[in-house]
Ligand binder design. Structure first.
Ligand code: ATR
Length: 304
């Protein structure tokens, strides 16, 4: 927290429902303190995003993070929307420039940056290396995305922009195919995907897959023994990312580690999207490793 709240203290916040579990206040207040910025970040649970937007305008809130269930509904209330956020159909960050509200989506960067780091040479597991320069490239990489919901859209459009080839793997065909068409990708049903083997006609697909990303809630507490992916389709050339961070080592990531894959956990995505937000808020690129350690420390404290 900041040392002293004065009439000059700037207000930042997150709007959502619920927000009691949010770790965003923790990281942004820690960073305001670290960089001696006279600002405070609060969490507001609201029923209607229109009221949140009105509050931003009337109270002069400098910027807001937007979380479930308002990421889509907020679009119609903003003055300008970044092109990628418009493609995704969701905004998670609103910046208030003297009453002119601009929205964007940092979940894309949240997915792209840790993947690039994992792909950069010499990196085995991401967490200890969050400071590594983003040297890896997603250009031309074959990426399978599990899921086709809101979280999938942020990941998919971010990765597509980097030049990756996309396969959408989803339970329901309509939603999966629709997203695949939007990114010039292909669609595979989740059941068909999990039946692929290394010695059938689709073996090329598996051999050429560079990255698998789970964007569904599979494996999230309490279903910690579930994985969306059959471990038999994994191979050591793959990088596997999970957006679930509770638990940190999901069944999917454990299977991936056992198969010799590089892994990127869900906390990496959360930290990177938060870091991108803080940079938009203040112009400062924050130390992601310190953010990660701080969140981990507080997660442990909460569970003691
Ligand atoms: P979010 O916005 O968090 O991504 P969502 O829009 O409800 O949430 O999307 C959840 C995604 O996870 C969907 O792709 C969903 O598959 P369907 O399109 O078939 O509904 C997928 N998903 C969730 N639970 C699943 C399950 N038990 N089995 C398979 N897919 C599941």
């Amino acid at each position: 927290m900041i040392k002293e709240i004065t009439p000059a203290t700037k207000l930042y916040c997150i709007f959502g429902k619920p927000v009691s579990h949010s770790m965003s206040p923790l990281i942004h207040n820690m960073l305001f303190n670290k960089f001696d910025i006279d600002a405070v970040y609060l969490a507001f649970q609201i029923n209607d995003i229109k009221h949140g937007v009105d509050a931003v305008r009337s109270l002069g809130i400098k910027a807001a993070s937007i979380t479930i269930p308002f990421k889509e509904a907020i679009l119609e209330h903003l003055d300008e929307i970044d092109e990628t956020a418009r493609q995704i159909g969701a905004v998670n960050t609103v910046i208030n420039n003297d009453g002119y509200l601009w929205g964007c989506n940092t979940d894309c960067a949240g997915a792209v940056e840790p993947l690039k780091e994992a792909l950069s040479e010499g990196l085995s597991v991401v967490p200890e290396d969050l400071f590594a320069l983003s040297k890896g490239s997603l250009d031309g990489k074959n990426v399978s995305i599990i899921g086709a919901g809101g979280a999938a859209r942020a990941v998919v459009f971010g990765i597509k922009k980097e030049g990756a080839n996309i396969t959408i793997v989803n339970r329901s065909k309509d939603k999966g195919e629709q997203l695949a068409i939007q990114v010039n990708g292909q669609y595979l049903s989740l059941s068909a995907y999990n039946e692929l083997t290394y010695d059938d006609s689709m073996s090329n697909h598996l051999e050429q897959t560079d990255i698998i990303i789970n964007t569904t809630s599979f494996g999230m507490t309490p279903n910690i023994d579930e994985s969306p992916v059959n471990p038999l389709i994994l191979n050591k050339k793959m990088t596997v990312m999970d957006i679930v961070y509770n638990p940190l080592r999901t069944k999917l990531l454990k299977d991936a580690e056992n198969s010799g894959c590089k892994i990127v956990d869900g906390l990496s995505m959360f930290i990177h999207q938060g870091a991108a937000q803080f940079e938009l808020f203040t112009g400062i690129k924050p130390p992601r490793q310190i953010m990660r350690e701080y969140v981990l420390k507080n997660m442990t404290k909460k569970h003691q």
